[in-house]
Design a protein around this ligand. Sequence first.
Ligand code: ZN
Ligand code: ZN
Length: 378
Amino acid sequence: MTSTTTTVSAAPEGTPGGVETIAVTRIGSLRAPDAGQRGSIGVVTFPADEVGPQDVRITVAYAAICGSDPHLAEGFFGTDVPIGLGHEISGVVAELGPQVRRTDLQVGDRVSGNFVRFCGACQPCQDGRQQFCEHLGDYNRPGMARSVVWHESQIYKLPEEVSLLKGCLLEPTSVAVRIADKTRVRAGDRVAICGGGPIGQLTLQLMARYGATSLTLIEPIAERRELARQFGALHVIDPNDDSLEERAREITAGAGYDVVIDASGSRHAVAGLLDIAAPGGTVVYGAMYPEDYELPLNLSDYLYRKELTLTGVFVSPYTFPRAVRLLAELDLEPFLQSVLDLEDASEAFETHVSGEHPKVVIRCNDLSEPGTERACRR
Ligand SMILES: [Zn+2]
Ligand SMILES: [Zn+2]
């Protein structure tokens, strides 16, 4: 990645009003040591999407960088560049389509949203499994941009006490809610979480609220273990120092954890998780994984003798209304300390990849709300 922002125009000749958008401009790992092999991020002008009858144009205030964004640079969802980024956003309603049915939405409203639209009409939607909607991609438009056009059903209004800066964390919060749903945790269950990135830390806050016991974060970075303690972890394990199994046995008095959650997405990290789960326990793989990674799974040990339930999460169906209410109550400040402007896209991604900040946020437009946000530029 170069430190200067590349500006490429992807808008066809003569397109009026293109939208500046942060995009992958060259496929490759953002962590590649050789600059020639490294993926690159820049600001690209895309043609503006039309506001359809039931669409809403949002002037984007903030868009947060997600742990999954570098996977897009690696070509996980395709290799045709430029690939627009951004699914964790907040902003202000700029325009409503002529047939928007929502009576609660007005121009000027502060909102966030779900980057995928569930159509409501296909078989999976009709069957209560909207995460498998056959039209998920239709409205999946990049939000790390000056503006974005989404369907009215994707929009969630922010409560008055939630600032626009906080509001961009609605989508990651919805993922934590979805993970919590999949654990089917009960008050008093022993819970371990692997991975102290934003999803792991938000899930940890939720698990503490559910009444989890022996609440443990497994994480190699010391600052992230410290943050987890602040959020309610009773124990932390550094997988590089400690024998994971031994520490887990100590903490749970030999029983293992009733719920084990992976929020790391790392092939090294997930290897030992089945061994620290208690008989009858649930293991939730709550991240994206390398496409070629196969987990060795001894069916006799883990499914026959231990009766483990293994599950994962794809997108977050039926979680956004609850996530909106949680935004006001969760401790989100540590994730909002590093804010860079859209022009500094490439630097922002370097900062993200460095892992030095719990989260990096892009300011897409300056819609400052006096009194509710402190200036917290890096
Ligand atoms: Zn995300
Ligand atoms: Zn559908």
